[in-house]
Design a protein around this ligand. Sequence first.
Ligand SMILES: [Zn+2]
Length: 301
Amino acid sequence: MRRAAACLAVLLAAGTAVAADYSGPLFDAHLHYNDEACTHDSPVPGCPHPMADVLERMQRNGVRAIVANSRPNDGTRALASAREQTQAAGVAVVPFVRLYRNRADYSNWFRDQSIVDMVNAELARGTPAGPYRGLGEFHLYDSANADGPVAKQLMALADQKDLAVLAHVDDVAVDKLMAHTPSKGQTMRLIWAHTGIGGTPVARVDALMARFPRLMGELSYRPGLTCGDGQLCPEWRALLLKYPDRFLIGSDTWVNQRWLYYGELMKGYRAWLGTLPTAVAKQIAWDNGATLFGISEPAPR
Ligand SMILES: [Zn+2]
């Protein structure tokens, strides 16, 4: 106790402000509820993360809205159908159509016409939580595949129907995908999963943000975002302050391990969000996602 008091005295003497973690609502803009999580309504043996478990993790961590997508789309439908449970947990569900029925689709969707049929069927069907609001997450491991026939078709469809897309791609593919839209990327709502996971330079991210007014950057797994102590690196801090209405946070629960660490992931976000001006922290944590999908401010719980 005496030692803690001494430490505090030293910090105060040095003029160091210790920022409190961001404590407001979170919008998880990159969430998967895949089949291996086991998307049952009630616990069954061998089912690691049934509905009650994932909703409890969201609720405990102040996550009040999610972009839900899954491989196959059953997990998304389960979340979108569990109206009573999600409302009780205070979580708004924003459903996206994923382009994957199975793992083989990851590396073939951009040229497989049956994916377009599947997407159209899902869009026509809708969900109990309302119409689908976006497509993805999809991956392009080679940016040349952004020119695949199905990639072109789906980008045009998304732009026309004002659907967002959640794209795990490199910066070259962002340019290419935007070029395939009727608006040439000027109205396209592309959420850039990980905002350049391969290490796209900050200056290049800045240039793309300037060029495409509705490009959004989702920040999970982004190398170089935080430095050493989990705080924002200076150049990323400057970028977030330059475009405070363009960034989102996400869990990317692509494997079950990410569910196990869901709380730590959200605590990590809250720590660096707390070092930003209060209004900017709220924008990145909640407002940007809420505005994108018209989700109203949640009542405090
Ligand atoms: Zn993902």
